[in-house]
Design a protein around this ligand. Structure first.
Ligand SMILES: NC(=O)C1=CN([C@@H]2O[C@H](COP(=O)(O)OP(=O)(O)OC[C@H]3O[C@@H](n4cnc5c(N)ncnc54)[C@H](O)[C@@H]3O)[C@@H](O)[C@H]2O)C=CC1
Ligand SMILES: O=C(O)[C@@H]1CCC=N1
Length: 271
């Protein structure tokens, strides 16, 4: 069984770890995750999952073949300098850090280290994640296969070019947050119109799930699927008109632009 470690044991690390265990790729007790001693939130979450923890990142490198780098982006160069002396050719690094380039990752590790950049998202926890990955310069086909196997076990997985990673981060990395806001707003609207809140959340969430599955499984254009819902002179047309008046599309498009810009800024500051 593959020995998986996480440097940084926060929200994203825990979501992936839970997904890997549910997929049968490893067991909780075979994972090792590090965090900082004062981070009681991470420690509590890892304890609940039954994942062993350490405050020494070198332990993670020594005990794991595959090491996810899952601290905040700005910490990554310091973390890599700290573990550099114990890195061996058996270690494969998968960085999930937003904006931290392969160049920065490779510069802070021994020459020819095997490094892959990944952009996952938190629905990995329920094996409904959307991940992409990019190979570093010393990565072999076997390493890419390991990344694919791990990521495909917790959702969908695509290989992309590094220049795609910032818009991917803005879309599927951050996207669950945008959708949760939409689910809250849908439910708030229904509650305002008199529906019970529990039922409103359930219907809103299933509607998002169902609409996503329609796009994925029918292969139809989202515009056509929208037209299929919109009866002439009906309620949907009345609702859609208000969304357009409220600038929903423009707001979403500029949200993606701002999130992408943030990734590009991070690439510079984390060098
Ligand atoms: N939360 C999300 O939905 C996603 C997050 N990411 C990336 O995942 C990374 C982690 O993000 P989150 O899990 O949201 O943050 P988080 O704050 O929940 O987790 C960060 C973890 O790093 C640990 N940490 C901090 N300094 C450390 C050090 N020097 N050595 C070892 N561990 C240290 C903290 O104790 C904590 O466990 C970020 O780089 C982010 O860009 C990527 C995709 C999605
Ligand atoms: O908000 C962030 O910076 C991270 C990257 C994508 C999702 N969460």
């Amino acid at each position: 069984m593959l020995r998986i470690g996480f440097i940084g044991g926060g929200k994203m690390a825990q979501a992936m770890a839970k997904g890997f265990v549910s997929a049968g790729l490893t067991k909780n007790e075979n994972i090792l995750a590090s965090c900082i001693p004062q981070d009681t939130v991470s420690l509590k979450g890892l304890k609940e999952l039954g994942i062993p923890t350490t405050f020494d990142n070198k332990d993670v490198v020594k005990q794991s073949e595959v090491i996810f780098l899952a601290t905040k982006p700005l910490v990554i160069p310091t973390v890599l300098q700290d573990v550099k002396s114990v890195v061996t050719p058996k270690n494969l690094f998968l960085s999930v850090a937003m904006g931290v380039t392969l160049k920065t990752l490779e510069q802070n590790l021994p020459a020819e280290s095997r490094v892959i950049r990944v952009m996952p998202n938190t629905p990995a926890l329920v094996r409904e994640g959307a991940s992409v990955f990019v190979r570093g310069s010393s990565v072999k086909d076997d390493d890419a296969e390991i990344a694919k196997k791990l990521l495909a076990a917790i959702g969908t997985c695509e290989e992309v070019k590094e220049y795609d990673l910032d818009p991917v981060t803005a879309l599927s990395g951050s996207g669950p947050a945008y959708i949760y806001v939409m689910i809250e707003a849908l439910a708030d609207g229904a509650v305002r119109m008199g529906l019970a809140r529990d039922l409103a959340y359930k219907l809103a969430a299933q509607t998002v799930k169902g609409a996503g599955t329609m796009v994925l499984e029918t292969g139809s254009h989202p515009g056509k699927l929208k037209d299929d819902v919109t009866s002439p002179g009906g309620s949907t047309a009345a609702g859609l008109y208000q969304l357009e008046r409220g600038g929903l599309r423009a707001a979403v498009i500029t949200a993606l632009e701002e999130a992408t810009k943030k990734c590009k800024e991070m690439a510079k500051t984390s060098q």
